[in-house]
Write a protein that binds this ligand. Sequence first.
Ligand SMILES: [Zn+2]
Length: 403
Amino acid sequence: MQSIMRFAAVTTLAALVAAPGAIAQSGPTKLDTLRNPDIEAMVARLDLEKYKATIKGLTQFGDRRQGTSRNRAALDWIEAQLKSYGCTNTERVTYTYTTPPPRPRTGGPRVPSDWGSGGARLRGVRTRTGVNMDSLKQTDPKLRALDAEPAKDGERQDVYCTKVGSTHPEEMYIVGGHMDGHGWGEAANDDGSGTALVMELARVFSSPDVKTDRSIRFALWNNEETGLNGARAYVTQRQALQGKENPPGSGKYPEPKWLGMIQHDMMLFDHGMPRPDGTMSPEQRPEADVNIEFAMTSAQSEAAQKLAWIFATANDKYATDYPAQVGQHMTNTDSQPFEDLIPAISLRENERGRDIGAGWDPQWHQVTDVYTTYSDKDFRLGLNAAQTTLSAIATLTGASLKK
Ligand SMILES: [Zn+2]
């Protein structure tokens, strides 16, 4: 008798939980009601014209190839800009870069494969990709002269500055992009667009009325194009310093503990797949999106994909024009040296392995990667990536505006 009663009570409860009203109440929440007004106001401080002006500023140093005076001048200019934004505690990582000897070619002729970088499956129309090494392809004599100095082995530097957290200065997120480029153009998209994004975020977070609980480091890596050497040098030199107060009792943490690394590399151009004749649509496609990638092969894959979804949700809530998509094949950029140590993701215009690797960006490492190639619709995709990272990082670090 008693047991039957208990059974009846359980079914009633189950019926209640499954009632349509109860389901409606626990259904999807409307994200716009969950926007944080302070974060909305911070996102509104990003501006298309400012973002374009920062990219334009970087292109005055041509392709910014590592190991040249134009690369060093660009690094000095970036540091001066960061200071002018109020991110005054700039520092540099110094390392030496030596060009490795050319790898001897092994085996017979290269067999075309359906598999791209990072384990991505290649689909549909593919066009040739590569790095332009021919100065004469640059038909603008001024730009050809600006890009003429060859790289010389030797000392190199990255630059970074840090927004110090008010309650947890000992922990930080790293927001990065690479400031070097190549190909005899202006490296406007690869990676002027990512570098400018990081700089614009440094500007917004360094405003005196912005407070964050945790720290944020804005890092511009050198030598990405030669094999992620600048980011690797940072990891090698600074990994063991994490979370240590120095000097003891000072409240200062020269290397806060790494909570995550977010890289930005090629943010502008999403015109779709090449057409069957190899040409491209001249317009940004209406379906353009920000591609957030984590590496499913990395030791931190599980935490990295959680981070990726936080960014995708921040995009839903705060980005004005373009959505974000998450993919599992992060590869070939400065987040890679971090991927087995901490959650690491990259943001891009397209997936690196599946799309860019199949020729979806005809300017990639070519003379045509110059500022004038891109339209406002292209620049706006980069701005939406900036809105995505700004709002995600503001959420993760507990950002607020001082009243
Ligand atoms: Zn790049």
